[in-house]
Design a protein around this ligand. Sequence first.
Ligand SMILES: [Fe+2]
Length: 194
Amino acid sequence: MLRAVINAPKGEGSRTGFSDGIQIYKNFSPELRAKIEKLNVIYTLDTRLTKMRFGRNFKSFGDQDFEMKTVEESRIFPRAMHPAVWTRRDGNKVLHVGPWMSVGLEHHEDAEGEALFEEVCQELNRKADQVSYWHDWKPTDLLIWDNWRMLHAVEGCDPKWERQTQRTTIKGDYGLGYFEDGKKIGEVFREVAM
Ligand SMILES: [Fe+2]
């Protein structure tokens, strides 16, 4: 669930985009689907857009000071692995890749793997554009989405505009992600919370 209580003015990059991971998967070529079917994407907590390596399709305004906190955390946290494709209980396959904060493909951190992941991210950008919904916020709006299916993205605005969003997620572990040191995602968060 997401609210945007303070936001940039309409037309200044204030929107949030949603795209259907099932449709994106279907719209990928069978060749590309076969290449990524069993692969895990590696994510870190480094949120800096200037360090984003894959799927770049924008001009960055530069990093923000507050991001250094997550950069520090990313040095302590092991990297997280999540499948590029997963299967829902109803049998539908979902492409669930986020280029932001991703650093490559597990067991494929070589030139070939990087080229493949770049291909996936650029194709994702194109296909997501075809099936996306961009929400123009009112301060009283509350959006709810199924994270087992939908990808979401920020439109991106000049940092001179203040934005304040509030998000909450139903507690649970979807059971497919794990950290590089072998721990399940839920285990590490319990350790950090204690
Ligand atoms: Fe988000």
